[in-house]
Design a protein. Structure first.
Length: 164
């Protein structure tokens, strides 16, 4: 993904990814935008789950039942992550005061939210690597490591507080 130079460019790029996005300017729009980002990210994670389901089906077809447990573990983690993103309280931590968020903080939020889409794309690549991998256990472990990194990034976003 190309780098945007100003927060307005970040918003423009993010709004292309999420139909109906309004922005972070006021409290209601902030919550609506947050919800739109979450729904879009959760949808992309759903695509990752589908790849893993296809990988499991391939293993069953190839009678490699012993490797199913590795993919199942990654699949459950993606499922939990998807539910967390989709159903966590909107506004992340709920203590954002849009009046206090200035342009530099808005730019940080936009950059972060844009990065979420790149990170989910990385999870997709890791999930696709599991499918047909000669070492399903190692490929699944790489995916699980990617999921853990993604969860840590979400915690960083959830804990973001603009300076007062």
């Amino acid at each position: 993904m190309t780098k945007a130079r100003g927060w307005s460019e970040y918003f423009e790029k993010l709004s292309r990814l999420i139909p109906g996005m309004k922005g972070y300017q006021d409290k209601e729009a902030f919550r609506d935008t947050d919800k739109a980002v979450r729904v879009a990210v959760a949808g992309k994670l759903g695509d990752v789950k589908k790849v893993l389901e296809d990988a499991k089906r391939d293993l069953v077809d190839d009678k490699k039942i012993m490797d199913l447990e590795y993919i199942d573990r990654a699949h459950r983690k993606i499922q939990r992550l998807t539910e967390t993103i989709r159903y966590d309280a909107y506004g992340y931590a709920g203590y954002f005061d849009p009046v206090l968020i200035r342009e530099p903080e808005l730019e940080q939020l936009y950059q972060f939210d844009m990065g979420l889409f790149d990170d989910v794309d990385n999870l997709m690549r890791l999930a696709q690597a599991v499918r047909g991998a000669p070492d399903v256990k190692a490929a699944s472990k790489n995916l699980e490591d990617g999921i853990e990194k993604f969860e840590a990034l979400l915690k960083t976003r959830r804990d973001f507080q603009p300076p007062k």
